[in-house]
Design a protein around this ligand. Sequence first.
Ligand SMILES: C[S@@+](CC[C@H](N)C(=O)[O-])C[C@H]1O[C@@H](n2cnc3c(N)ncnc32)[C@H](O)[C@@H]1O
Length: 188
Amino acid sequence: MITQLPEQYEKIKVASEELKFNMASDLQTGSLLKTLVASKPAGRFLELGTGTGLATVWMLEGLDENSSLHTIENNELLIDIARKYISDSRVEFILADGYEWIENYNGEKFDLIFADAMPGKYDLFDETIALLKIGGLYIIDDMLPQPNWPLGHDKKVESLMNHIEERYDLEFTKMNWSTGIIIVSKNR
Ligand SMILES: C[S@@+](CC[C@H](N)C(=O)[O-])C[C@H]1O[C@@H](n2cnc3c(N)ncnc32)[C@H](O)[C@@H]1O
């Protein structure tokens, strides 16, 4: 049972339901993100696919005062919900196409990336891992079969898992937790 929810969680959930946004990560993923974020003091964090901010609030729960979080979303309606309910100077909401953002980003690398959109996960995976510091963590969910997977999505999942296994510089664990999480760390 996960009973302690981030402060703004319920309000954002109601707003998400009104928009019929049903792609949010679940509570288990949120709790795991909070825990992992908290393990990196003064960390730099990246979320690809803000949605309405339901995972963002979990990540913020783990963030210390010297940390920062960039979160990228291309749907203005969705990111505006997150902006409305999350007022926190440590987070930067970026309305942008994730493909362009990943390819053009040239700032400091990140300690943890939660890749929750096509760009950064099924597309531009190597480019996204390049944005991770050595020792950094890369997290993805929805890796176990889900009722909302479109036809043929299982092939994408399989190909991504094979690709992760092929990379000599990554350690990873596939977890039967939440919707199926993979935690990847970059070791060189
Ligand atoms: C799985 S949802 C994110 C859910 C959110 N992280 C959460 O846990 O509540 C994926 C999001 O990625 C966004 N997205 C899809 N394509 C994108 C792109 N090219 N650039 C940026 N965001 C994109 C979608 O609009 C959607 O909000």
